[in-house]
Ligand binder design. Structure first.
Ligand SMILES: [Zn+2]
Length: 288
C-alpha cells in the first residue's frame, strides 16, 4: 500500500493505515483510517473526477451515482424539513440562514416560510440556477469561495455534505468565522463509531464515490471544539420526531403495500433513540 503524506484534518498526524477496499455496490473504494483519531478517508482523491460527478445527470437521478431529485418529493420532504426547522428554532429563532449543498432550495424555502432570511451554496450550476429562479438566493460554487462577511449567518446547515469536502479544515474555519456569536451550525453525517457502521464494516452503505472523509461523533466533536465552538449537542439518531420521518417516507410509496416499510423505519428510529450509538445516524448542533 502507498505511503500517505496527507495530514489528518483532526489530529494533524499522518498515520494513515489501509483498512480495506469497500464492497458495498462493488465500489471498491480504498479506505484508510487515521491510526490516532480514527477519521477515515480515501486515497488518492481525484478532484477532477469528483467535480465532473455533480452534473445535471447526478441531480436528476440519471447518473450512475445518483441523487434523488427532491423536486418530485418536496411535499413529503417538507415534513422533515419543517420538523428540523422547528428544532433549530429552539436555539435560534430568526436571522440569516445558510444551507450548504442547498440543491434545488427545497429546505431553504421552508426556512423562509418560518421567518428566516435564506441563502444557499451549491456546487451544481444546474440546481443553483433552478433555486435562484424560484427566489432562493444561491451562490454557485464551493462554499469556501463565497464573499459573505464574518459574523453574518445565524444558522448554517450541512446535511450529508461534510463527507464530500476536499478541504474540511478550511471549511470549518470559515463556518466558524461566518457565524454570529450564539449562531448555530448543524451537521448531519454518518457516525463511524456507531454499531451499524462497525458491524457492516467494508460493506457499509455510506462508502460511496464522492465521499472523501468519514467521521465519528468523537472526532467531529473534537474538530468543532478546536475551531472554537462553545457548546455541542449531539443527536445519535436525528433531531426530529418519528412522525415526520414516516410522513416523509410516503413520498417514495408506489402502493398501499409500501406502508409495511413504516415498521422498519420505526424500528430503526426507536433503536437509535433508546440505544444511542446502535445505529450510525448522527446530527450535531454546535453553538458559536
Ligand atoms: Zn487523525
Amino acid at each position: 500500500m502507498q505511503k500517505i503524506d496527507e495530514i489528518c484534518p483532526n489530529c494533524k498526524n499522518s498515520n494513515w493505515t489501509f483498512l480495506y477496499y469497500s464492497t458495498f455496490n462493488n465500489y471498491n473504494l480504498p479506505i484508510y483510517i487515521c491510526s490516532t483519531c480514527k477519521i477515515q478517508s480515501i486515497f488518492p482523491k481525484d478532484s477532477q473526477k469528483i467535480n465532473e460527478m455533480y452534473n445535471e445527470e447526478y441531480y436528476t437521478g440519471k447518473a450512475e451515482y445518483k441523487y434523488i431529485d427532491e423536486r418530485n418529493t418536496e411535499k413529503y420532504d417538507s415534513y422533515v424539513w419543517d420538523a428540523r426547522i422547528k428544532n433549530i428554532q429552539k436555539f435560534v429563532k430568526s436571522g440569516k440562514f445558510l444551507d450548504i449543498g442547498s440543491s434545488f432550495g427545497g429546505f431553504l424555502s421552508r426556512a423562509k416560510l418560518a421567518g428566516f432570511e435564506v441563502f444557499g451554496a451549491e456546487v451544481s450550476q444546474y440546481s443553483s440556477n433552478y433555486a435562484n429562479s424560484k427566489g432562493i438566493l444561491t451562490f454557485n460554487g464551493s462554499y469556501t469561495d463565497n464573499n459573505y462577511p464574518e459574523n453574518f449567518f445565524s444558522v448554517i446547515t450541512l446535511v450529508e455534505v461534510i463527507e464530500h469536502l476536499e478541504n474540511p479544515m478550511t471549511v470549518f474555519e470559515k463556518l466558524y468565522s461566518q457565524l454570529i456569536p450564539g449562531g448555530l451550525l448543524l451537521i448531519q453525517t454518518a457516525n463511524f463509531e456507531g454499531k451499524q457502521a462497525i458491524q457492516e464494516s467494508n460493506n457499509y452503505h455510506y462508502y460511496l464515490p464522492g465521499h472523501l472523509y468519514y467521521y465519528s461523533k468523537s472526532n467531529l466533536e473534537s474538530i468543532l471544539k478546536q475551531k472554537g465552538f462553545s457548546k455541542i449537542i449531539s443527536y445519535l439518531g436525528v433531531d426530529f420526531p418519528l412522525s415526520a420521518k414516516l410522513l416523509k417516507s410516503r413520498g417514495g410509496f408506489k402502493s398501499f403495500r409500501d406502508y409495511k416499510k413504516w415498521w422498519n423505519i420505526s424500528k430503526y428510529h426507536l433503536k437509535s433513540k433508546f440505544f444511542p450509538g446502535s445505529t450510525s445516524s448522527m446530527v450535531i448542533y454546535a453553538i458559536k
